[in-house]
Design a binder for this molecule. Structure first.
Ligand SMILES: [Zn+2]
Ligand SMILES: [Zn+2]
Length: 269
């Protein structure tokens, strides 16, 4: 992973906003308010622009408002988040909302906290596997949301499905609108700072699909990019024979492999 010194608490912000200057509002959909706002305790009191873009004010000359870096950061995060690909029902959900049901879930949540607090100074991504309905997608999109909103890094969610491969396959069809863009799509997923790959590793994948997945995994491995995988299958069983075991050996190096199994979580989401 990229090495940067751990983020210092910025003294100009306060504990109410966890020293970020930004308050996140998980009820934004119900209330119609913005998902993120400048902290009302340490940013808004110093604001002299009234929150009007581009966040300057006039005082004998045009001056940059104290709130400007924070409002610009919020605009950037919202822009990144809109194109992250996270499904609507998982959007703007945070780590405090993940309720672990057993020891496996607790350990996965602890690993998630660790990643969220230390990013980008983390050694490994995560490979979460277990039976369906145990919150793997929920936890992985929570981590993605936390990393985007805290660090303003680019992040994407992809689900490995028929649709995903059909989208890629259509880029080879001359009459398709996306013709010729396969390398651009692959490059985007290979290079994005944080990637969640949901539903990885099913044995029905064709050789072409396996090769596509291997190339994605390999590109992220080479670029030392942070990746979270989820799977319904134990990778030590399901991935052993795929692509000659190459995918499994890459994933073992890239990720902390953790099992989350247990009762079905989906009804309570
Ligand atoms: Zn604050
Ligand atoms: Zn302002």
């Amino acid at each position: 992973m990229q090495r940067k010194s751990p983020q210092q608490h910025e003294k100009k912000f306060c504990s109410f906003c966890d020293y970020t200057g930004i308050i996140r509002n998980p009820y934004y959909e119900q209330t119609g308010e913005p998902a993120m706002t400048p902290c009302p305790k340490c940013v808004v009191p110093h604001c002299r622009c009234g929150g009007e873009a581009p966040y300057y004010y006039f005082d004998g000359g045009i001056k940059e408002c104290f709130c400007r870096p924070i409002r610009m950061k919020i605009d950037l995060i919202e822009h990144i988040y809109r194109r992250s690909g996270i499904d609507k029902k998982y959007r703007w959900r945070f780590i405090n909302e993940y309720k672990s049901r057993n020891k496996l879930g607790e350990a996965a949540k602890a690993a998630a906290y660790d990643i969220i607090n230390k990013f980008p100074d983390v050694d490994k991504g995560l490979f979460l596997w277990g039976n369906p309905g145990t919150g793997k997608t929920f936890l992985s999109t929570i981590i993605l949301t936390e990393l985007i909103t805290r660090n303003a890094v680019e992040g994407r969610y992809i689900k490995i499905s028929r649709g995903f491969f059909n989208r890629l396959r259509s880029t080879f069809v001359e009459s398709s609108e996306t013709y010729g863009t396969s390398s651009a799509i692959e490059k985007e997923f290979a290079e994005v700072d944080v990637l969640v790959v949901d539903d990885f590793g099913t044995q029905r994948d064709s050789p072409w699909e396996q090769e596509t997945l291997y190339n994605l995994v390999d590109a992220r491995y080479e670029a030392e990019k942070f990746t979270i995988f989820t799977s319904n299958n134990n990778p030590f069983k399901s991935l052993t024979d795929i692509a000659g075991g190459r995918i499994l050996s890459r994933i073992k190096e890239m990720c902390r492999i953790m099992e989350i199994s247990g009762p079905d979580y989906r009804d309570t989401l």
